[in-house]
Design a protein around this ligand. Structure first.
Ligand code: GLU
Length: 322
């Protein structure tokens, strides 16, 4: 399946750009998150577009409302505003409040006959010998795909299953706005993936596709770590007859040892930086310089960045920042 850039463009030309921030509120925002939100904001705003804030708090153990509120405050402090969503927003923009919608679309997908219960334990799936996808997750070998109804009933007495979707022998290709052409063979490179976990929590891949469509998002700017999720999302969009957004996968910020910044890098989280007296302009200057948008690292304002913003100036490869 070729998702042509032309098709995506033509769908978007008729609508205005709707971008989004989709944070997972499981900790304080760090500069790596701020980096992709800045690009998402500049991309949408420079085209006169709108922005939705959606809190991806599906995981009840890792996420909470305090972090979500703190994320909003950090975004606003940086000047990265939004038009819809977050705590101000009418319809729920917290994924934890949208389970009925995910259940509805899961049910719709069940009509394809591709969904099946999977009883495999985490341990079995993470065996070191299992082949791994490019994002490091094990490729599911299809163990539970062919179980008979009797076998399913028997296993269901012992364990609540996850629900997986069987992927076809199909290659998905699309053109990322920043990273260029990208392709993945669904069966070989991803494998059957989970739509609802065994604890009943809906999976990111389903939630993000449903939400982007229902919230009218037509431009997704996010970290390059999610590039390999995009073919699965494009395929789910086809199955559900949803439009395809355009995608821009931003480089990741990395520490000197090559690993990407994470919540462990407390010195680069907004809490530490703000407490240390950094101003929004100083941080925007750092981020914009790392992105390739300004030549020297110096304080800069959002209106200045907005005037000059152009994706052709943004770096594609990961950026070492400490
Ligand atoms: N919630 C995800 C994260 O914070 C982003 C998901 C997305 O942009 O599709 O990593």
């Amino acid at each position: 399946m070729e998702i042509s850039k032309k098709r995506i463009r033509s769908m978007i030309m008729s609508a205005n750009i709707v971008g989004r921030f989709a944070p997972s509120p499981s900790g304080r925002m760090h500069l790596g998150n701020a980096f992709s939100y800045l690009l998402a904001w500049l991309s949408a705003r420079s085209a006169g577009g709108r922005i939705v804030l959606r809190q991806e708090d599906l995981d009840p153990v890792r996420c909470n409302r305090n972090y979500a509120d703190q994320l909003e405050q950090d975004l606003l402090w940086l000047g990265l505003d939004w038009d819809e969503g977050g705590s101000g927003g009418g319809d729920p923009y917290y994924q934890s409040q949208r389970s009925d919608l995910y259940a509805h679309y899961l049910h719709e997908l069940e009509g394809t006959g591709l969904i099946y219960p999977c009883f495999c334990t985490r341990g079995a799936l993470h065996a070191p010998s299992a082949p791994h996808a490019s994002d490091g997750t094990p490729i599911y070998p299809g163990t539970c795909r062919g179980l008979s109804p009797a076998q399913r009933a028997e296993k269901a007495m012992l364990r609540r299953p996850a629900l997986r979707i069987a992927v076809p022998e199909q290659e998905i290709t699309f053109t990322d706005g920043l990273q260029g052409p990208y392709r993945e063979h669904l069966a070989r490179d991803c494998g059957d993936f989970i739509l609802r976990r065994s604890d009943g929590v809906f999976a990111y891949q389903l939630a993000v596709v449903v939400d982007d469509a229902l919230m009218g998002v037509n431009q997704v700017v996010r970290g390059r770590d999610l590039l390999s999720s995009t073919p699965r999302q494009l395929w789910l969009q086809e199955l559900l007859a949803f439009p395809h957004p355009e995608y821009y996968h931003a480089p990741l910020l990395c520490a000197g040892d090559g690993r990407r910044l994470s919540k462990r890098d407390g010195d680069l989280d907004l809490g530490e930086l703000r407490a240390g007296g950094a101003s929004p302009e100083i941080l925007l200057g750092k981020l914009a310089h790392w992105a390739g948008l300004i030549d020297r690292e110096e304080p800069v304002s959002l209106p200045e960045l907005l005037r000059e913003f152009d994706w052709s100036r943004v770096k594609r490869t990961d950026i070492t920042v400490k």
